[in-house]
Design a binder for this molecule. Sequence first.
Ligand code: HEM
Length: 497
Amino acid sequence: MEMLKYICSSVGMTTVILCLVILLALRVIFKARYLPPGPWGFPWLGMVPYFWLVGRLDGVQRHEALAHLAARYGKVFSFTVLGKLVLVLSNKEAVEEVFRRQELNDRPKVWIKNGPKGEGLATASGEAWKQQRAFTVRILDKFGVGKPAFEEKIAREARSLLSVIAKKEGQSFDPKHLLMLCVSNVITELLFSTKHEYGDADYMKHLDAIREITHLMGSSGAANSVYLLSHIPTPSRIRLAELLSYEANTIEGMIKTHLDILDRGNLRDYLDEYLNEMLSTCEEGLQSEISRENLNRNLSHLFLAGTENISTTLRWSLLFMIGKPDVQARVQAELDRVVGRERLPTLADEPSLPYTRATMLEIQRAASTAALGAAHRSSRSFSYRGWTIPADTTVICNVWAIHNDPEIWQDPAEFKPERFLGEDNEIIKDACLIPFSAGNRVCVGRHLARMEIFVFFSHLMHRFHFRKVGNSPVSFQGHGSFAREPLDFQVEVTERK
Ligand code: HEM
């Protein structure tokens, strides 16, 4: 009784609160001893105010802010955001080692209120991810994606692009939509056996929606992984849900058409293969994650990733070429010497084109289109370099920081293809390049991406000379961390004879 009275008195209450605060502080300090170093941040909010302030006041992008923190706290550091622990890897070896671990195979849970249901390959975790990944790798392999036989499909698109650009001689134009369309035709043919014409205004709107989805996904970021916050109807979240529903409905239309005419003896594309697999597991009475529920999102992720990342890399490539005319001239001189003017370049020429290859590697380094990769989540606690990383930690690979690390690259802000060439003009194989991330969830489309970048870039350089419009200097400023893209720009072309 006396004890209770003491606790209720103001002195007692202050003592109890003080003890609780000390215990809490000790717990935080004790836990932090086992974590990689990092900034403390505010209670619960963690580093949110910091990112918000440097973003709003100084225009610093998320990947740049994380690179500044890495310079201070180390290439493996941690902090909290909205009560969640975040581990940031800014070192290639660390990414390769950590992302190889089974407990890092998951993605953070993301809630999009009123968004489409189901889990696609890029966002799924656990068994849903494992099965969809294995299925996708098998089907891409079956269709020869990334293998020499697939080259002609890409080259056909590249030739169509060349004829459209040839008509633009004498005018300035923004290459964004043209590049998106030719790249998207490669992936839509693979997924749905469909293609689109260059003048198709409705499809252009669809491609613009895809770009907007990518940017809104990136900007809504961490808040979408906190259930209560993700349900606050901000204008960008409402817009994102609208766009995702529109996109899911478009894909649903394709699924229905495919189902109506499905011929299980003649599977034409990825969607046919998926439907066939679904029906087979159903007939055998097996439980599977290759399901009607996941199909729509799976197609969406492949379409989105297969269109946005490559077309953005190609936009960067044209920007670097108009900003660095000397590099463009050297690429063209090499193409002329090795390929000649009578035919277009092919993949078989690639080994004999070291400067062109080095230029493509430098484009990928300097562009870092997937600047922060895609976040992983630890499903269990794990030890790494003596630290104990708890379950439910978000783990990020800062691709941009690795590609701009002054300890690895001399003058990282400079565009210099030579950095990828050895003394005998051979490509330096073990360069610290990681555009597709690493480990078990490494980009599933990387072979296709490398092939497309070579075919489209070499065709464009072989056929046209690209130059900037006007006298102002070309800006290599990028924006966005989820899909880092250049600011809009215009080009002019001259056909090379
Ligand atoms: C320049 C082009 C590309 C870049 C820079 C790129 C980059 C990346 C990165 C950094 C990741 C995250 C890997 C991780 O979680 O650690 C990723 C995942 C992914 N990419 Fe790509 N990508 C490109 C092209 C493509 C293409 C053409 C496709 C479609 C075939 C594709 C489909 C995917 C998918 C589905 C995932 C999720 C894989 C998973 O979660 O298991 N990407 N990509």
